[in-house]
Design a protein around this ligand. Structure first.
Ligand SMILES: *[C@@H]1O[C@H](CO)[C@@H](O)[C@H](O)[C@H]1NC(C)=O
Ligand SMILES: *[C@@H]1O[C@H](CO)[C@@H](O)[C@H](O)[C@H]1NC(C)=O
Length: 605
C-alpha cells in the first residue's frame, strides 16, 4: 500500500470521516450480497431483497457491537420487494490502483475485503441467531466490561489474567517437571525459563483460582484405607501396602509400593476414565528410583503414555507412543508434591511428535485411562481434578524464590533484538516488567501463605531498580530527568509503555503489603515512576491510538503503533492506576483511548 492507512484517516476532515463510516456501513450490505451470491442461493430467496434500512446517518456508530441493522419502516416499502440491481464500477484508489466496486443508483459499494485491509478495520457475518447480519468493528478488542468493576487489590485478580492460559500458548514448549514452570521458545527455539512468562503463569492461575474457586476432585488414593484392591499388580514380585499407622512417614496414612523400576514393567496401576478431570496431583517420595506413567487413550482407541521419571532431561519422546518428562534426579528420597496438567503435557508432546494443529486436535479426544507407579516409594493424596490453580501458582512463586540471584534479579538468559542492530540486549538482561510481575506474584504468595520468604524476595527484587540501564540494570532517564523502568533496557532507551506500567503495579502491590524498609523503598520507587508517568503518558497518544514505545523519539525510527490488544492493555493499566492515584489525567486519558477503539479520533486544528 502506498500510504499507511493511519495517515489517511488522520488527514481526513471530521465530516469526511462521517461519510467514510456511513460508507463502510453501506459496504456491509454489499458483503452480504456477495456472500449470498457465493452460496448460490436461489435468486428469489427473501434474503436477496433489501430488509435493512441504511445505517444511521448521525454518526452515532458507537453502539455496543458495531451498528445494529434495523428492519425498514420508513423506507420505501415498494422498493423493498425489488431485487437490487448493481452495475460494476472501477474504484480508483488514490490514483494508484483499481478495485472493482458496485454501483446502485448514485451509491457506490466497495468490497469489505478491501475496506478491511485499507482501513485496518474488522467485520464478519454473524448468523448466531439464524438471522444474518454483518458486524463491523473499528478494532478487534473493544469489548470492555460494562458496569462497576471490583477495585484493584494487591491480593486480588491481576488485571484480566484470569483469561490467560499461559501454558497453552504455542511459544510454551512445555511445563517443566523439574521446575514446575513453563519453558519459553520465544527468541530461542531451544527453550529458556523466561521470568515474565513464569510470573504470568503464576498470576493467571492465581486469578483463575479467585474467579473459579469451585473444583471437582476425584480421589484415587488418600492412604486412609487398607483395601487396595483397585490397584492392579503387574506381577507376583510387586507389592502395594497401606501404611496407616506407620509414624516413620510424614503422614500416618500413606501407601507404599514396590515393583521393578524398569520401564518395561507396566507398573502398579489404577484405572480411571477421565476427560474433564485432567489435573494429576500427588505427594510422592521415591525411596529408590521410580516413575509414574499416565495412560492416555484416544477416540480411535490408540494408547499413549506419559512417563514422569527421575531424570534431568525436561522432555523427550521415544517412538511415537511414549513421552518422558523429567522430574529432576534430585527429587529421589524426598517428599514432593507433584501437580501436572496431563492434557497440556500430552499436547506439548504431540506438538513435538507431529504438529501444533494435530497436537491440539488430539488433545480434544484424549482420555486418561490409568495412573501407574513404578519402583520403590510412598505416595499419598493422589487425585485427578478439574484444576489445581494454587499448586501451579506456588510452583511459580517457589521457582522465583529459588532462582533469584544475588542482586535480587531474574536475568533473561537469551539475547533480545528489539530492533536488530539498533536496540539489542545480550543474554543476562533484566526486565523491569519481569521484576514487577514477579513482585506482584510474590506479594500474593505472601498474602496467602504468610510465609516471609516471599515478601523478602519481593523486597530484594527492588535492588535492580537502583541500577541504571546503561550499567546492566533497568532504570533509564528521559531527558535526564524522569526515571523510567525499562521492559527492555536498551541503549538508546526504548520506553515500552506497558512494561513500565506493569513494573509500577508491582511496586504498588509491594508498597501496600510490606512494612518497614521494604515498604519505604517500594513507595519511593513507585512515586518516582508515577511522576514520570504523569509527565510522559501523553507522549504515547497518537490521536488515533497509542504508541507501544518511543523508538520514534530515541532512535529516529518510524513510530511503533501499539496493536489493539496492546492498546487495550494500556487502557486497562491506566484505569488500574487511576484507582490508586486520583490525577484526572488517568481517567480522561483512559476514556479517550477507549474512544480510539471505536474510531473516535482526537480533534484536529
Ligand atoms: C532412574 O531411572 C531412569 C530410567 O531408567 C534413569 O533415566 C534415571 O537416570 C534414574 N534416575 C536416578 C535418580 O537414579
Ligand atoms: C496429604 O494431604 C493432607 C491434607 O492436605 C496433608 O495433611 C498430608 O500431609 C498430605 N500427605 C503428604 C504425604 O504430604
Amino acid at each position: 500500500m502506498s500510504q499507511p492507512p493511519q495517515n489517511f484517516i488522520s488527514k481526513m476532515p471530521r465530516a469526511s470521516l462521517k461519510h467514510l463510516l456511513v460508507f463502510l456501513g453501506i459496504t456491509t450490505l454489499l458483503v452480504t450480497v456477495y456472500n449470498i451470491g457465493k452460496c448460490d442461493i436461489a435468486r428469489n430467496d427473501s434474503n436477496f431483497y433489501r430488509e435493512e434500512k441504511l445505517p444511521h446517518l448521525d454518526g452515532n456508530f458507537g453502539g455496543t457491537k458495531g451498528f445494529q441493522p434495523r428492519v425498514a419502516h420508513s423506507y420505501d416499502i415498494a422498493k423493498e420487494k425489488q431485487p437490487i440491481e448493481y452495475e460494476e464500477i472501477d474504484c480508483i484508489i488514490n490514483e494508484d490502483y483499481t478495485v472493482k466496486g458496485r454501483k446502485e443508483g448514485s451509491e457506490v459499494y466497495m468490497p469489505f475485503s478491501f475496506i478491511q485491509k485499507y482501513f485496518e478495520v474488522y467485520g464478519d457475518i454473524d448468523k448466531s441467531d439464524g438471522y444474518e447480519r454483518f458486524s463491523f468493528h473499528h478494532s478487534y478488542q473493544d469489548d470492555f466490561p460494562t458496569g462497576p468493576q471490583p477495585r484493584y487489590s494487591p491480593s486480588g485478580v491481576f488485571m484480566s489474567f484470569d483469561l490467560y492460559s499461559v501454558e497453552d500458548r504455542n511459544r510454551v514448549k512445555c511445563v517443566s517437571g523439574i521446575e514446575g514452570v513453563p519453558i519459553s521458545t520465544q527468541w530461542d527455539h531451544k527453550g529458556h525459563y523466561y521470568p515474565i512468562q513464569i510470573a504470568q503463569f503464576g498470576l493467571s492461575h492465581y486469578s483463575k483460582h479467585l474467579i473459579q474457586p469451585k473444583n471437582k476432585v476425584k480421589i484415587l488414593e488418600d492412604g486412609e484405607r487398607t483395601d487396595l484392591s483397585d490397584w492392579l499388580l503387574p506381577d507376583q514380585k510387586s507389592e502395594i501396602r497401606s501404611k496407616l499407622d506407620d509414624r516413620t512417614y510424614l503422614d500416618n496414612g500413606v501407601v507404599e509400593f514396590q515393583t521393578s523400576p524398569s520401564m518395561k514393567n507396566p507398573g502398579i496401576s489404577i484405572s480411571t476414565r477421565e476427560k474433564k478431570l485432567s489435573t494429576l496431583s500427588m505427594d510422592l517420595n521415591f525411596i529408590n528410583n521410580g516413575s509414574i506413567t499416565v495412560v492416555i487413550q484416544m477416540g480411535d482407541g490408540n494408547l499413549y503414555r506419559i512417563h514422569y521419571v527421575l531424570s534431568d532431561t525436561v522432555m523427550r519422546q521415544d517412538g511415537n507412543r511414549d513421552l518422558y518428562y523429567g522430574l529432576g534426579s534430585s527429587k529421589k528420597g524426598k517428599w514432593f508434591h507433584l501437580t501436572r496438567l496431563l492434557l497440556v503435557d500430552f499436547q506439548k508432546g504431540m506438538n513435538l511428535m507431529y504438529s501444533k494443529t494435530r497436537g491440539a486436535r488430539m488433545k480434544n479426544s484424549a482420555r486418561i485411562t490409568a495412573i501407574c507407579v513404578r519402583g520403590h516409594g510412598v505416595m499419598d493424596n493422589v487425585t485427578l481434578s478439574a484444576h489445581a490453580h494454587m499448586d501451579l501458582f506456588f510452583d511459580a512463586a517457589n521457582y522465583l524464590v529459588r532462582h533469584q540471584n544475588s542482586i535480587g534479579g531474574w536475568p533473561v538468559m537469551v539475547p533480545r533484538k528489539l530492533i536488530p542492530e539498533v536496540m539489542e540486549l545480550d543474554s543476562g538482561w533484566y526486565s523491569a516488567m519481569g521484576q514487577g510481575q514477579a513482585i506482584s506474584l510474590l506479594v500474593r504468595a505472601y498474602v496467602v501463605s504468610k510465609d516471609l520468604k516471599y515478601i523478602d524476595a519481593a523486597g530484594k527484587a527492588l535492588s535492580v531498580f537502583d541500577i541504571p540501564s546503561y550499567q546492566g540494570g533497568i532504570t533509564s532517564k528521559y531527558l535526564n530527568t524522569y526515571e523510567w523502568y525499562e521492559e527492555y533496557p536498551t541503549s538508546p532507551s526504548s520506553f515500552v509503555l506497558n512494561g513500565f506500567m506493569y513494573s509500577l503495579i508491582g511496586l504498588y502491590d509491594l508498597r501496600e503489603t510490606a512494612t518497614g524498609k521494604i515498604r519505604e523503598k517500594a513507595s519511593e520507587l513507585f512515586n518516582r515512576g508515577m511522576r514520570t508517568l504523569k509527565a510522559m503518558l501523553l507522549l504515547f497518544d497518537s490521536g488515533t491510538g497509542t504508541f507501544y514505545d518511543l523508538r520514534h523519539i530515541t532512535a529516529g525510527l518510524a513510530p511503533n503503533r501499539a496493536r489493539w490488544d496492546y492498546h487495550k492493555v494500556h487502557i486497562n493499566q491506566v484505569q488500574l492506576l487511576s484507582e490508586v492515584d486520583s490525577d484526572p489525567l488517568f481517567t480522561s486519558t483512559a476514556e479517550r483511548w477507549k474512544g480510539y477503539m471505536k474510531g473516535k479520533l482526537s480533534p484536529h486544528n
